[in-house]
Design a protein around this ligand. Sequence first.
Ligand code: AKG
Length: 199
Amino acid sequence: MDQWLYPLGRLESTATLTVLERLIALVSKLMGMPVIPFQDAALAKRPGHATFPWHQDLPFWPVDVREGAVSWLALDPMDAANGGLELAAGSHRSGIGPPIDLHTGEPQEGYDGGPVARPEVGHLPRLGPGDVVVFHACCWHRSGPNTSSGTRRAWSISWLPRVARWDFTDVPRHPVRGQVSEGEEVLPWSLSRYRLGPA
Ligand SMILES: O=C(O)CCC(=O)C(=O)O
């Protein structure tokens, strides 16, 4: 899959900011707490692109909280043939696991915990352009190979509770390191990165 980190930070489009503001309201309601966007990515799964293995997103995030959400907004129709997103319903309840190597599907090198139970069955929501699915950042998800002739694009945003702080202990190589300070609130960075109004 091709990925571009922080596309929103590079765009001048006010339409995109309107979508972001609507998503803030939606995700805050679903999470039952005020949330802030923390990173976003444009995703393109082209014909021939392979499986993206089962993983959770939270283990990749350099923060001190154990809660968060992901909004995954389809930009093209999505189905099994073009490598649609699959979610393992209820899997967030088993808590946070290790970061998964997205090439091998196995825990990243250095993981010395016990065996990792990965889901066997996924639920693939059928989405059209503009539809969004929101899931807990500990929900296991994957996508299959794109066997169709078209590109499947999406825009995903990661969301954190407003009170979250940076913690790079388990994620020392995150790209945001160097731009922020350990222990500082994520909020000011989020407001400035996403050009949102004052808190
Ligand atoms: O868009 C996809 O196929 C999967 C994306 C994903 O799992 C992720 O970005 O964490």
